[in-house]
Design a binder for this molecule. Structure first.
Ligand code: ADP
Length: 423
């Protein structure tokens, strides 16, 4: 099924965006919602400047006591109160806009953008949420059993409470629908693969698309061979050639690829059979082990890179120090392998960009990877790399064979701009 008519025009990232009436959209906003299984995160975005006008989150939905935080300018409102379900959660968010500001009427909300993890084969761009689109997101639940049902709760209640604005789904997988078959397909027996929709969908697509397009703007050219390293708690890498993705590290699910905060990343699938046969683990136990108890956390006890570096620098506990260093070596080596193989796939490399929590903040990870790439002419500017900043910046030397950028991703802005194309 292709959702013709729901597809945004190819130019949806041109900024600032005019709305359909051709007017400029300054002094107006887009509400971006990321609804999870027990949380709702939201941000009111000025799509022209990219500023977050207000933002907040509802946590512990369904627990006896929930938590809400709303930030508007310098004013931070925090409340503990029971939030039995997403409907109550969303109502509380609207109440906070009402009492703490900005009033949503004054904010001039042009659209609501909903982050959706899995768009399957149906969506290669943002989609206006009609009942049909909503049902397709539901149909895709087996491919994202934790995420899509949670998104639907947010979508349903938001559509009900804000019926007068367009609601737009922006899919984490959409950008990677352009992947060529050679990187999207597993070498799995075709009938089974097709019957059960087993292929590589990728993830973090909104970020990879946003960052690669912004880098092309900064470089002033589209014919670039780029590698984007989105290194957050979840981490993925993409190879982008002339604006189109040709490979990415996440697969059917976000488990594949790089080593992450709590996920294994690539692992021999036979480890699954082995643990089921030898350790008697159930499917769910292996799932939890690979997704929640592995990666940095599983190898060091800590999922946050700052804590891992603290262990590496702490001489008082040599055993923990060694463990942490080994885990970091695995982390960097995985990055190196992907950069190497993607450079080969791209047929060369112009730009490497680091983004997300680790990519933007962890100078040591950037330096270690760049130093491992030194034999290929990659030269990091050690001083520039050390500077802490929220601005996009080049951290390679002028004579480096590859330009290294640090670029702060902004998924909320990217979602807002895509949602706006339906306003
Ligand atoms: P996600 O959106 O996947 O939850 P983020 O992109 O927010 O993750 O990244 C969070 C991670 O970024 C943290 O777990 C931590 O490892 C890392 N991080 C954040 N700040 C720093 C820092 N100053 N130095 C090193 N790592 C950092």
């Amino acid at each position: 099924v292709t959702i013709d008519g729901n597809r945004a025009p190819a130019s949806y990232f041109s900024s600032p965006s005019p709305n359909t009436k051709g007017e400029r959209v300054s002094s107006s906003s887009v509400l971006v919602i990321n609804s999870g299984s027990s949380s709702i995160k939201y941000q009111l975005v000025d799509p022209e400047t990219g500023d977050a006008i207000a933002k907040g989150l509802v946590e512990r939905i369904g627990d006896p006591m929930g938590f809400i935080k709303h930030v508007y300018g310098d004013a931070v409102t925090e409340e503990e109160l029971p939030v039995p379900d997403h409907t109550v959660g969303m109502r509380e968010v609207l109440r906070l806009f009402d009492t703490e500001g900005p009033s949503l009427a004054e904010a001039g909300i042009l659209a609501v953008g909903h982050r959706v993890v899995q768009g399957g084969r149906y969506f290669d761009g943002p989609a206006l949420i009609t009942d049909e689109v909503r049902n397709l997101i539901e149909e895709l639940c087996p491919l994202a059993p934790l995420h899509n049902p949670a998104h639907l709760k947010g979508i349903d209640v938001a559509r009900e409470l804000m019926p007068d604005v367009p609601h737009v789904a922006v899919f984490d997988t959409a950008f990677f629908q352009q992947l060529p078959d050679r990187s999207a397909l597993y070498a799995l027996e075709t009938e089974t693969a097709e019957k059960y929709s087993v292929r590589r969908y990728g993830a973090h697509g909104t970020s990879h698309q946003f960052v690669s397009q912004e880098i092309a703007k900064l470089e002033g050219r589209d014919d670039l061979k780029q590698i984007v390293l989105h290194l957050g708690n979840g981490a993925s890498v993409s190879a982008v050639k002339n604006g189109k993705p040709i490979d990415t590290s996440m697969g059917l699910t976000p488990l594949e690829g790089l080593m992450m905060g709590t996920r294994t990343g690539d692992i021999d699938p036979a480890v699954v059979f082995h643990l089921q046969r030898v350790a008697g683990m159930s499917v769910d136990e292996v799932d939890t082990l690979f997704n929640k108890k592995s990666g940095m956390k599983g190898m060091t006890g800590e999922s946050d890179m700052r804590s891992v570096w603290d262990m590496i620098h702490n001489d008082d506990d040599p055993e923990a120090q060694q463990r942490a260093r080994t885990a970091m070596d695995v982390y960097i080596n995985r990055l190196l392998k992907y950069v190497g193989s993607y450079t080969a796939e791209l047929g060369g490399l112009d730009v490497i960009t680091f983004t997300a929590g680790i990519g933007e903040n962890d100078a040591a990870v950037r330096r270690e990877l760049a130093e491992a790439l030194a034999p290929f002419g990659v030269k990091i500017d050690v001083e520039a790399n050390q500077v802490r900043s929220g601005e996009p910046r080049v951290v390679s030397t002028a004579d480096s064979a590859v330009t290294i950028y640090v670029f702060p991703t902004n998924e909320e802005l990217a979602i807002a701009r895509q949602a706006l194309t339906f306003a």
